[in-house]
Write a protein that binds this ligand. Structure first.
Ligand code: SAM
Ligand code: SF4
Ligand code: SF4
Length: 375
């Protein structure tokens, strides 16, 4: 029914001379998806990120600085949040348009009441090929120990846990909270026992704050099956006071680790994967880098985001409020009307903020906060 609106897939002649940049090889790979919605730059819509709450039990300085997210901060009142049923309906429509992976995030997704029920509803969804949709979650892990098994039983496919250091004082400084490293480690262990493997751990690195934790973290997770990924500190939102000097380029991290433990790069798992992957030469496992600042990947960004209150965003660095899907959901709109809104939003997408961040330093000014848009 929607085929007429889907941009015809551009077939690239594999015999044509590829451009040096590798861009044509990438487009060639992306072209292999049929029936999937493509944006104005020919990027397929494959991944949906849903922020299930704008609240959090931590106050990471790079995400929800306490000066802004203090006791006077007004979080979304409950009626403004998409209900679990609304999220599930929207997700079903997204999968009918080609989405094959859904990530639940926030804010802290484990604070959302009924999160296991939501996972259960979403795990019944199928991709255009009839395969189960992959349901993933990103969590700070503080509440994970008690919930890992229930999430697995509900159908969660994979989990990413954010942890910025093993040293309690440094962790406290990064998360600006009294939460304990040992609770997060217990959450990771519980997720492993529940079979949510391979577990990924994301570490945001801020120069002068937790860069001394790079080696201890690498050593802790070697030989555990957990994939540690080093994330460059990004200028997301408008409140974290980001400066380039505090960014530790991912390459620097890889170079540091490889002085002690030699590493080899390996291929991406799938289209749209943002992490570069490396394996230890001695067989101790895999690590990754997410270099959103120094090695941008807008050209293969396949992500659409649904905010806590049901707005659509086609870029993490959006400045303006996206299409109001909640209004459509609450007006009893048909699936077709809601699909049209999503199609319109994706087909008009030209976002590539990370590629132009240094060209237009003062732009954008009012970026949406990550906890609301979904990290
Ligand atoms: N609360 C959950 C958590 O921390 O995993 C999920 C939401 S959080 C916004 C999702 C991810 O975004 C986390 O891995 C966090 O470290 C990352 N993040 C938040 N702000 C960031 C920033 N300014 N730069 C890089 N990564 C950031
Ligand atoms: Fe909360 Fe996650 Fe943001 Fe930290 S990164 S403040 S845990 S939402
Ligand atoms: Fe995707 Fe926007 Fe990030 Fe580029 S800046 S990778 S378009 S979310």
């Amino acid at each position: 029914m929607y085929d007429a609106k889907i941009i015809p897939i551009k077939l690239i002649d594999a015999r044509a001379t590829p451009r040096e940049s590798g861009e044509s090889a990438l487009i060639h790979r992306l072209s292999n998806f049929t029936g999937v919605l493509h944006d104005a730059l020919q990027r397929p819509m494959l991944d949906l990120r849903i922020s299930v709450t704008d609240r959090c039990n931590l106050r990471c300085t790079y995400c929800m600085p306490r000066e802004i997210f203090d006791k006077n901060h007004v979080f979304l009142p409950r009626p403004e949040l998409l209900s679990l049923e609304e999220i599930a309906r929207a997700a079903q429509i997204f999968t009918s348009l080609g989405v094959r992976k859904i990530r639940l995030t926030g804010g802290e997704p484990l604070l959302r009441r009924g999160i296991e029920k939501l996972v259960e509803k979403l795990s019944a969804l199928r991709t255009l090929n009839g395969e189960p949709v992959e349901i993933a979650m990103t969590t700070n892990g503080v509440l994970l120990a008690a919930k890992a098994q229930a999430l697995k039983d509900a159908g969660l496919s994979r989990i990413t846990v954010s942890l910025d250091g093993l040293d309690q004082a440094i962790f406290a400084r990064m998360s600006d909270s009294n939460a304990e490293v040992k609770s997060v480690l217990a959450g990771i262990a519980a997720a492993q026992r529940a079979g949510l493997s391979p577990i990924k751990v994301n570490m945001v690195v801020k120069r002068g704050v937790n860069d001394g934790e790079i080696m201890p973290m690498a050593e802790y997770f070697r030989n555990t099956g957990v994939i540690l990924r080093f994330v460059e500190y990004m200028d997301v939102g408008s409140s974290n006071g980001w400066v380039m000097d505090e960014v530790v380029p991912a390459r620097e991290v890889i170079d540091l680790i490889s002085t002690r433990y030699p590493l080899h790069p390996i291929d991406a798992n799938c289209t749209g994967e943002v992490a570069s992957r490396w394996v230890y030469a001695d067989g101790a496992g895999e690590i990754g880098q997410i270099a959103s600042v120094t090695q941008v990947f807008c050209h293969e960004c396949t992500r659409i985001r649904l905010s806590t209150d049901g707005k659509l965003y086609t870029c993490l660095f959006a400045e303006q409020s996206g299409t109001d899907l909640r209004a459509l959901l609450r007006q009893d709109s048909s699936d077709e009307t809601i699909s049209d809104a999503i199609i319109n939003s994706w087909q008009n997408r030209t976002d590539r903020y990370s590629e132009i961040r240094h060209e237009v330093p003062a732009f954008p000014r009012n970026k949406i906060e990550m906890s609301y848009i979904g990290g």
